[in-house]
Write a protein that binds this ligand. Structure first.
Ligand SMILES: C[C@@H](O)[C@H](NC(=O)OP(=O)(O)OC[C@H]1O[C@@H](n2cnc3c(N)ncnc32)[C@H](O)[C@@H]1O)C(=O)O
Ligand SMILES: Nc1ncnc2c1ncn2[C@@H]1O[C@H](COP(=O)(O)OP(=O)(O)OP(=O)(O)O)[C@@H](O)[C@H]1O
Ligand SMILES: [Fe+2]
Length: 563
């Protein structure tokens, strides 16, 4: 099968030919490089208008050359439908429709973010990896489950490349800034910046304003660049490790233009090696925006009969990867490994009675009725950052675990703490993790407990189904290391979002579980009676004045975070 791909979501005017028999991917690209500032949508669209016909004709010449003079020999035309800049996408869509009609072959509408992921799966041969997409306009973790790519975690504000590019604009460097930061960082000393991870979500706005302030205050730009790389990439590596731990998979692939950064690849490779997982990063021409990845996914879609008619082929600037019906994969496949058969060092599953378990952050050993949790140094992180995080989180965990108990939430008793060593001794609790024993009733209780925590003035910070232990009806909360004091509705909503995301990433039927969870939360937070359907009650308060966490949760879920 031979597929022509066309890409032009933002800066890369690109066309490609993929031949599934020979495996060859021929790519011709023409980048838009703004004279000053960032990407201007109108200028970028003008660039697409000029460059797309040229790159397409080069690829068609190549197609004719490699087809023994027997025409182009093309079986389908694939194009990026979104996400991306509307004016650019429309030009690419028009070009693709015209080409498909001229060649009289099917049209294939590709989600650009799924293409960043699938090219890694194609190159690695992995079955069902977690994918970290680190691109300009996005930053998220994807995993396949129940016929869709689920977003396991994502940025709460800008994409990672855009965050870096905003800093470089501030210091007067031309676009794109990523490669310049990489070069400068090699000459700099580490500078401390804010580190923001919430479960598997994260945000860049705090760190970017701190980086600009540091530069304005005279910190050498090389040092700020080093601090930026060390902090941002450690955040991405940490959430990737959390996703491996939560799903139990031992395969990670990288996608997106920021993946060209050697330091990011080094950190991810080191993290994977240490937890016995496999890591694959495509070569740079497949990491940055390119039509090769569009053609490769187009071939899979054509083989599955997933074609588009011209009237239904409109582009979509906010096309989220979790909205794509994944026709080319088997519904039975999943990123979530069966806990019974998964690699125990990769899952963090508990084996009581003397053994050792590895979570995403810590090593946990079981001794009689005690559990010793040690935040082991993470060698992928800069040592200063690593020391700071381990000490801060150990302190927070000991303090908030005890505060939660005082608020009436079951937690293990804290028996000993040593923040500088990063160790805490806890009482052993529960029979299994909630992840392996998910029921609506327990999710409901979990909702009640989180509402009590919020009522006591703090958030858990990472309430996934692996940070909850259960024993009959008892539901214990663990692992408060990412918690902090706050009364903000946004922070409360993030806790709810993290829990529901972890349920959606692992459960076959998440809907009733999330409903029960929300009903439990509402019953404590709002004093509703126990039978209220959480979603209905969320709607009810939407019309009222005082916004609460459940109402805000709907907004958090609905945010299109492509900025
Ligand atoms: C929707 C689509 O248009 C968008 N594409 C995109 O963002 O281009 P991509 O090629 O994946 O990534 C470009 C980003 O990648 C950064 N970048 C390139 N080389 C880098 C390096 N060595 N270190 C850090 N960042 C780098 C650039 O600064 C820029 O922000 C996306 O995939 O989100
Ligand atoms: N007090 C305890 N009683 C029983 N089991 C526990 C206890 N503390 C931890 N565990 C088990 O060890 C696993 C890892 O613990 P914990 O979540 O605290 O570590 P972690 O490294 O922070 O994990 P992650 O970052 O992946 O959430 C838990 O999922 C749980 O199965
Ligand atoms: Fe991209």
């Amino acid at each position: 099968m031979r597929i022509v791909g066309i890409e032009g979501t933002a800066w890369a005017a690109s066309a490609a030919l993929f031949d599934s028999e020979t495996g060859e991917v021929f790519i011709e690209s023409d980048p838009y490089e703004p004279d000053s500032g960032g990407i201007h949508p109108r200028e970028a669209a003008e660039h697409m208008g000029d460059a797309i016909p040229e790159v397409v004709s080069t690829v068609l010449e190549r197609a004719a050359e490699t087809n023994d003079g027997d025409g182009a020999g093309v079986d389908g035309v694939a194009f990026s439908r979104g996400p991306g800049l509307g004016p650019c996408l429309r030009i690419v869509g028009t070009a693709a429709r015209a080409l498909a009609q001229t060649l009289d072959v099917p049209l294939l509408g590709v989600n650009h973010m799924v293409a960043h992921l699938e090219i890694g799966r194609h190159g690695s041969g992995f079955d069902s990896p977690v994918c970290l997409n680190a691109s300009g306009a996005n930053a998220h973790l994807l995993g396949y489950h129940n016929g869709r790519y689920r977003v396991l975690g994502e940025t709460m504000d800008t994409g990672v490349g855009n965050a870096i590019d905003k800093f470089t604009r501030h210091v007067g460097w031309t676009h794109p800034g990523g490669p310049k930061v990489e070069e400068a960082a090699a000459e700099g000393d580490y500078h401390d910046l804010p580190y923001v991870v919430k479960g598997m979500d994260f945000s860049f706005s705090g760190i970017m304003s701190a980086a600009k302030d540091a530069y304005d205050d005279g910190v050498p730009v090389e040092d700020v660049c080093r601090g930026l790389q060390e902090t941002i990439f450690a955040m991405l590596t940490e959430v990737a490790e959390r996703a491996l731990s939560l799903t139990g998979t031992d395969e990670l692939v990288l996608g997106g233009g920021v993946g060209q950064n050697a330091r990011l690849r080094e950190m991810l490779a080191e993290m994977c090696e240490q937890r016995g997982a496999e890591f694959y990063a495509p070569e740079p021409r497949f990491l940055r925006d390119n039509a090769g990845m569009i053609a490769v996914l187009g071939a899979r879609m054509l083989a599955a009969g997933d074609t588009l008619s011209v009237p239904e082929s409109a582009v979509d600037p906010n096309f989220r990867p979790d909205r794509v019906p994944v026709t080319w994969r088997d519904d039975e496949e999943s990123v979530a490994r069966d806990p019974a058969t998964a690699n125990p060092s990769a899952t963090g599953a508990t084996a009581p009675g003397g053994s050792e378990v590895r979570g995403a952050e810590a090593t946990v050993t079981f001794e009689a009725d005690s559990v010793v949790k040690r935040r082991v140094p993470k060698t992928y992180r800069h040592p200063e950052l690593d020391d700071r995080l381990r000490t801060e989180r150990t302190r927070a965990e000991a303090r908030l675990t005890s505060l939660a108990r005082r608020a009436g939430v079951p937690t293990p008793v804290v028996r000993d703490v040593d923040p500088t060593e990063g160790t805490i001794v806890f009482q052993y609790v529960g029979e299994s993790d909630l992840a392996e024993a998910l029921t609506a009733e327990r999710c409901r209780t979990m909702g009640e407990h989180l509402a009590a925590v919020h009522g006591a003035g703090f958030v858990h910070g990472d309430p996934t189904t692996r940070n909850v232990r259960v024993d009959g009806d008892r539901v214990y909360l663990l692992d408060f290391g990412l918690g902090y004091h706050t009364g903000h509705v946004e922070d409360h909503a993030m806790d709810l979002h993290v829990f529901e995301q972890s349920v959606e990433g692992t459960a076959d039927e998440p809907e009733p579980l999330c409903r029960a969870f929300e009903a439990g939360y509402a019953s404590v937070a709002r004093g509703d009676d126990g039978d209220v359907d959480g979603r209905r009650s969320a709607h009810r308060t939407q019309s009222g004045d005082d916004e609460d966490a459940l109402t805000r949760l709907r907004q958090v879920e609905g945010r299109g975070r492509y900025q």
